[in-house]
Design a protein around this ligand. Structure first.
Ligand code: BTN
Length: 264
């Protein structure tokens, strides 16, 4: 991908108007944070064909097949409190889901922000803040999307848990076209957040939830419990009714769907 291809026909106001496309980076989130520290404006986008140290949530790695997916990070400068940050991540999940829908698939969102196609992960989102001396000066929204990978492009555990738009739709997608649509959707849902219309994100998120009403296993700060997903609250925390009938508010960790309690 190159900037002129991507920017041809780009309909956003700010997202991607400043755009850096690198063949190789350690992590696009790190590069975007460096640019933010040097004063990059809101909406600056960094992409990389390959990341040598792509990061996922909870200290995991993000593995990327060169030239087949999209790894991007966007510099944001919202006037939000730290506890409002999940709003950005959920808004981004809605934007990715809407973008996939434009390619005739039906994505689901797994809390907080994995996008699933036919039950397998096709996108992950990692939101980070910085720089260290002023934690909320910039928010870096990092997104990895699997588009054109075939089955053999996934190795190890990923074979069973990851998928791509190609594997589900049977069609190859022009990555620049996808990215342009994604940037437009991201700009719109981000605007809902900064305009204090997070309820719009919540209703769009709920419509696509893979887990509302379902049984889940929650792992939060080393503690595991089981329960049924009730809803999202107005801040984007997941509300899970536990075995004792109490509703717990989940703000971090992993929430895995389980089909039967016997597997516990
Ligand atoms: C997750 O599912 O755990 C989040 C994965 C986020 C991956 C993206 S790829 C672009 C950006 N740069 C990174 O190092 N990580 C994010």
């Amino acid at each position: 991908m190159n900037p002129s291809d991507i920017q041809k026909g780009l309909k956003t106001r700010t997202f991607g108007r400043v755009l850096y496309c690198f063949p190789k980076l350690a992590s696009t989130n790190d590069a975007a944070m460096e640019l933010a520290s040097a004063g990059a404006s809101e909406g600056t986008v960094v992409t990389a064909e390959i990341q040598t140290q792509g990061r996922g949530r909870q200290g995991r790695r993000w593995v990327q097949t060169e030239g087949k997916g999209i790894a991007l990070s966007i510099v944001l400068r919202p006037k939000l409190q730290a506890d409002e940050l999940p709003e950005i991540t959920l808004a981004a999940a809605v934007a990715v889901a809407r973008t996939f829908e434009g390619f005739r698939v039906r994505p689901k969102i797994k809390w907080p922000n994995d996008i699933l196609l036919k039950g397998k992960k096709a996108c992950g989102i990692l939101t980070e803040t910085g720089p260290k001396k002023d934690k909320m000066a910039a928010v870096i929204l990092g997104i990895g999307v699997d588009l054109n990978q075939g089955r053999s492009d996934f190795s190890g555990d990923l074979k069973g848990t990851a998928t791509s738009l190609f594997r589900v739709s049977g069609r190859k997608t022009d990555r620049s076209v996808f990215l342009r649509k994604l940037l437009l959707n991201l700009e719109e849902t981000y605007h809902w957040v900064v305009a204090r219309r997070f309820s719009k994100v919540l209703s769009e998120w709920r419509k696509r939830s893979a887990q509302l009403g379902g049984q889940v296993k929650v792992t939060q700060a080393g503690r595991v419990f089981y329960g049924q997903v009730q809803d999202l609250d107005e801040k984007g925390a997941l509300l899970v009714r536990n075995d004792h009938g109490m509703v717990e508010r989940v703000i971090s960790g992993d929430v895995e769907s389980i089909n039967s309690r016997n597997g516990k």
